[in-house]
Design a protein around this ligand. Structure first.
Ligand code: ADP
Ligand code: ZN
Length: 358
C-alpha cells in the first residue's frame, strides 16, 4: 500500500497500514539515511507517552534523540521553534541530520517547519498519528502561527517519506476521529463519487477504526489530495477546491474560539455549500439531502449555532485571505463527488443560506 507523491523537484512515498512501524528502519535506509545519522524525533505530550518508546525501539541502531512539546496549536509558535532549534544545536544536529515528526497535524507543521529552516533546511520524515494529518501530510505546507493569525509563517517543504501506522489511531479521542474523517469525506465529495458511496457504506467501520477500512480511506483521501496538489503545487488554481467547506468552517472555528474541532466546523461548512448550491439550482434537493444524511452518518452537526450573527459571519468570510478583492469566492458542489469554484455569488443568497442553517 504505497502511494508515490511527485512534486517538481522531489518525489516521496507514503506508506499506510496497520502495525507497519517496524518498516521504519528499512525505509530510512532506502531513503539514504544511514545508521550514523542523527535523528531528532519531535512529538507532543499526548502522543509521546503512547508511541515515543515504540519509535525509539525501532531506531535502536540509529542515533536518535527526542523533543516533546505541549499538545495543541499553542506549540505552533515561534518560541517553540526557537527552543527546538536550541536543543538541536546543543545536541549536535548538523546538515546531514533528520527530523522525525511523530504526532498529528500540529507536530507535522511544526517539525516540518523547523526542518525547513534549520541550517537552511535538513531532511524530515513523518509518522502521522491522527486521521486529520492525512491532509497535512501531503502538499508540503509547513508552518506556525503568529499572534495576529494562524499559519502566517511557513514554507513549502516536502518530507522524505510518510509512514502511517493506522494502529496508532486507536487511542485518538472520539471527537478527533470524527473530525479527521470529515476531511476524508471532503476529499471524496470534491472529486470521487464512488469513494463517497464507499464512505457512506463504511461509516460505522470507520468510526470504530476498523484497520482495513481506515487504511483504505486514508489511502484514497491522500491519493485525491496528491493528484490535486501535483497539478497545482503553489496554489494558483485548482488547488482551491481543497478549501471546500473551509470558508464557513474557519468562521465557525473563529467564532467558537476553537471549541469546534477543525473537521466539526468543516462539516457545517460543506453542508452550507451544498445548501447554497441547491438554492442556486446547481444541486438537486435529493443531493442536498444526501449531504445531510452522509454527514449525520458520520455523527457531524450540520447547523450553525443560533447565537452567531449572520452579518458578522459574512464580514469574517470577506476578510478570509483566500478571497480575491472583496469578492466572495466559494467552492460549491455541482454533483456528489464534484465541485466548482464560483466568483460571483450574490451575497443575498449567502446571507439567506446562513440564516436557514441556524
Ligand atoms: P490534528 O488534529 O490537526 O492532526 P493535533 O496534532 O492537534 O492535530 O492532534 C489533535 C490532538 O490529538 C492533540 O491533542 C494530540 O496530542 C492528540 N493526539 C494525536 N495523535 C494521537 C493519538 N494517536 N492518540 C491519542 N491522542 C493523539
Ligand atoms: Zn482542513
Amino acid at each position: 500500500k504505497t502511494i508515490r507523491i511527485e512534486t517538481t523537484n522531489h518525489a516521496y512515498p507514503v506508506l499506510i497500514g496497520s502495525k507497519i512501524i517496524n518498516q521504519l528502519p528499512k525505509l530510512l535506509i532506502q531513503t539514504g539515511i544511514s545508521q550514523k545519522t542523527k535523528i531528532l524525533i519531535i512529538s507532543d505530550e499526548n502522543v509521546a507517552p503512547l508511541y515515543l518508546q515504540v519509535v525509539v525501539d525501532q531506531l535502536n541502531k540509529f542515533d536518535a534523540i527526542s523533543y516533546v512539546v505541549p499538545a495543541g496549536d499553542v506549540s505552533k509558535a515561534i518560541g517553540e521553534v526557537e527552543k527546538i532549534i536550541t536543543y538541536a544545536i546543543q545536541h549536535g544536529l548538523d546538515r546531514s541530520s533528520v527530523i522525525l515528526a511523530l504526532g498529528g497535524g500540529v507536530i507535522g507543521d511544526l517539525a516540518g517547519f523547523v526542518a525547513s529552516i534549520y541550517m537552511r533546511g535538513i531532511r524530515y520524515v513523518q509518522c502521522p498519528t491522527t486521521i486529520l494529518a492525512h491532509d497535512s501530510s501531503v502538499g508540503g505546507k509547513v508552518g506556525i502561527n503568529h499572534a495576529l493569525g494562524k499559519n502566517l509563517i511557513g514554507s513549502f517543504y516536502q518530507p522524505q517519506f510518510v509512514l502511517y501506522d493506522t494502529s496508532f489511531l486507536t487511542t485518538l479521542p472520539t471527537r478527533e476521529v470524527r473530525s479527521g474523517l470529515v476531511e476524508v469525506l471532503k476529499h471524496g465529495l470534491i472529486a470521487d463519487r464512488q469513494f463517497v458511496d464507499w464512505l457512506e457504506k463504511n461509516a460505522d467501520s470507520l468510526l470504530h477504526l476498523d484497520q482495513e477500512a481506515v487504511s483504505y480511506a486514508l489511502k484514497q483521501g491522500i491519493k485525491i489530495k496528491a493528484d490535486i496538489v501535483m497539478e497545482d503545487e503553489k496554489e494558483q488554481g485548482i488547488r482551491a477546491i481543497l478549501n471546500f467547506g473551509h470558508t464557513l468552517g474557519h468562521v465557525i472555528e473563529t467564532l467558537s474560539n476553537y471549541q469546534y474541532l477543525h473537521g466539526e466546523a468543516v462539516a457545517i461548512g460543506m453542508f452550507f455549500a451544498a445548501k447554497l448550491a441547491a438554492k442556486l439550482g446547481w444541486l438537486s434537493k435529493e443531493e442536498e439531502a444526501f449531504y445531510q444524511h452522509l454527514l449525520q452518518k458520520f455523527k457531524c452537526k450540520t447547523s450553525i449555532p443560533k447565537e452567531y450573527d449572520t452579518n458578522q459571519m459574512m464580514n469574517i468570510m470577506l476578510r478570509d485571505k483566500k478571497f480575491k478583492n472583496g469578492q466572495i469566492r466559494m467552492v460549491l458542489p455541482i454533483a456528489i463527488g464534484q465541485v466548482k469554484i464560483e466568483q460571483n455569488i450574490d451575497p443575498k443568497f449567502i446571507f439567506e443560506t446562513l440564516n436557514e442553517l441556524k
